[in-house]
Design a protein around this ligand. Sequence first.
Ligand code: F6R
Length: 580
Amino acid sequence: MCGIIGYKGKKHPKDILINGLKNLEYRGYDSAGVALKNDDTIQIIKSVGKISHLEEKLNNEKLIDCNLGIAHTRWATHGEPNESNAHPHRVGKITLVHNGIIENAGVLREQLQKEGVKFNSNTDTEVAAAIINKYYTGDMEKALNKAIKEIKGSYALAILCEDDDKLYAIRCESPLILGVGKDEYFVTSDIGAILKYTRDYVLLGENEIVVIDNKGYKITKDNKVVKREVLTSKLTNEATDLCGYDHYMMKEIMEEPVLVDNLANKYIHNLKKLPDIKKYQHIHIIGCGSAYYAGMVGKNLFEDAGVEVEIDVASEYRYRNIIYKPNTLVILISQSGETADTIAAMRKANEHADTLAIVNVDASTIARECTYKVLIEAGREVAVATTKAYLLQVLILSLLAYRLDPDGTYVEDLKKLPQQLKVLLDKTGFYKKLADAIYKHEDVFFIGRKVDYAISMEGSLKLKEVSYIHSDAYQAGELKHGTISLIKDGTIVFAIATDDDIRDKTISNLEEVISRGAYPIYVGNEDVAYDHKIIVPRINKKLQPILVVPALQMIAYFVALKRGCDIDKPKNLAKSVTVE
Ligand code: F6R
């Protein structure tokens, strides 16, 4: 994970780097740092914790006069989050920031130590700086080309060399783009970090080196100049404004009705714009976290449409012995399109089958490398916990299922869905009250069957990740095979029961836990005699999850708010998990 940004232009880099880091904070936020450079000095300032701490520190220091700098926000992989492990790292003439993991850092470190290098941190990043420094004898490009051959793993580096006033960057498997402004250039992990200054960017390829000097930039690979198109991002800087909300999570939940409407309108009378998945007899669905849970909804919908589906989390799929049958389509679901395990699973699948990316970020690795792609068009999602992107992933899967099995009420219900969603989300007072009943608890369970189990998984993840309440989801019928022993007086159990075919079974399971003391919260279409219930309108089965999960997202939000949690940046998490 981690986020990096580098600047070379005519302005002082401080505000640009801090603003960039704030936009990259979703990638990790346990420590941060900047390096500023002019002809005489490289000034490095680091701090533990959020970017605001670093900003405060920079405001209190006398900064050198300069127009070149690099910065970093960290999600620790090697070494605990403290100042010495925070980036930038400096070894000899080289100062750099790094996103990714250097897999052979241990071996390289030992080798370099034998050669007399002394390390000041536990990081793999300092090893990368030492390797480049070792090969630097006056020609940085030569040194970088040699280092690329030695460093194994995934990395994007923004680099300064004491001897010149250039900004260097290299990338291998970790995302990195070059931002092109007027008389100024940027390198960054995510376009969102520089949207305030430019929307023009160049996608850097694997093992490419970019060198930025006063005249412009040059991209090379294996010493040969590479020409790359300058693209323009459709994103605007407003996407990162809170627009009056207290948290991005709430802002992003509230965007759902409009986004669902837009995406539905794009495809509903133009289903041919979606890949023709009818020609495949077997489907594998892969993702991590919420993307995987969106996939679980898809599995249920595709199976109901008569297609054989296998589903797995990407971190397992990449190492399992997968038997690929002819006519298999592998669907990769990812908001960021940069999740390391999902990328690895995609690359494995690409060797055996056609692949379909359901992604948000168009310029991402997964969007670029799959056979087909469908963009969910969620706009920028800033809150670490996904809400709108999850929902739009489910919408695309639902549209694909409809393509497989067109049924009567789908189009009508899809048209009504945005308005119904809006009504559901407008009941903030209701969710606050429910949150009051939940927030003091330390254990919560969600139960459901089939698609309701998929919904339970997402509801449970949302609650635990933002509120830190322990929460688990179980297939309703499975609870009595062990887990039921955890039910005690007052344990909250959400029962998701929207699927009419098995609704009564889930209700029976809920009764089993109620008779052991559980406190029920029912979620379904039928009114029931429980005190706490969320009743959602009954709509076409292929769309029903889209009208349930937002209510669970609202509950998670208000419970976290009551508990005083850092809602947009839950502890230990990062939005884009670019390490294995
Ligand atoms: C949970 C959450 C994560 C992501 C997961 C995959 O709220 O956001 O579970 O869904 O890390 O990320 P992407 O979709 O970017 O591959």
